[in-house]
Design a protein around this ligand. Structure first.
Ligand SMILES: [Zn+2]
Length: 231
């Protein structure tokens, strides 16, 4: 098992053997830290930050033993490196609404606009929380128990790495996932309007009611979508 003895990167201890390990792992992830020379210079720190931007809102350029960035580096060696274009890196939950809509399969985006308009007319304040999200973010949500799958319809992308989500999570901006989302009738209304547009609603799933979740196609299509995503 590969390991580091102390922190590497911005403000880290930067023991040479540890730096070499991190440089090698970064390269395996498609991020260039410069030569694996054990020297933690600006290029290596920039590479750590670039890698972190795939799953962190505010990259700090520091890899610490057993912390999230280290875990992500290790995990990544077992998965295919996404080739996500730079404009789509970072925490997709923080993107403006129009960018979230652009991160979707256009068929989903059109239907979703219909859902959002209808919910607005019913007095709700609907908001897209997640459209597309990266497989790295998915891995974190899976590890935290917030998602039941390692690859979801949210992760769908074109073979060139451009986001092409088949799913979206919709909340009322006032309630998010609090009990009021249910007591106000928002979840029920979301399900009604999603199905009116021909979308599949996660609130219908008996095993795991995913109230905010809507998707373009049935669950059985997931292997096909994954394959078309090159993942
Ligand atoms: Zn979802």
């Amino acid at each position: 098992m590969v390991r580091i003895t102390a922190s590497v990167g911005q403000g880290g201890r930067n023991n040479r053997p540890d730096v070499v390990v991190v440089q090698d792992l970064l390269r395996s992830r498609g991020v260039d830290p410069g030569p694996s020379d054990g020297d933690c210079g600006p290029r290596t720190i920039a590479a750590i930050q670039k890698f972190q931007s795939r799953f962190m809102a505010a990259p700090d350029g520091l890899v610490e033993p057993d912390k999230n960035t280290w875990k992500q580096l290790l995990q990544s060696t077992a998965t295919v490196a996404p080739r996500t274009p730079a404009e789509w890196l970072g925490d997709s939950a923080q993107w403006p609404q129009d960018k979230k809509l652009r991160s979707m399969n256009p068929q989903l985006a059109v239907k979703l606009r219909g859902v959002l308009d209808a919910l607005g007319r019913r007095g709700f304040q609907p908001k897209v929380f997640y459209g597309w999200r990266s497989v790295d973010v998915q891995a974190r949500l899976y590890a935290e128990g917030k998602s039941k799958v390692r690859f979801s319809f949210h992760n769908a992308q074109k073979p060139d790495g451009t986001p092409y989500a088949y799913a979206a999570d919709i909340i009322d901006a006032r309630y998010a996932w609090t009990p009021q989302a249910d007591s106000s009738g928002f979840w029920k209304a979301l399900g009604e309007e999603a199905k009116r547009q021909g979308l599949v609603w996660g609130g219908d799933w008996a095993s795991f009611r995913d109230w905010a979740h809507v998707q373009l196609v049935a669950n059985g299509e997931l292997p096909r979508v994954k394959k078309e995503s090159g993942l």
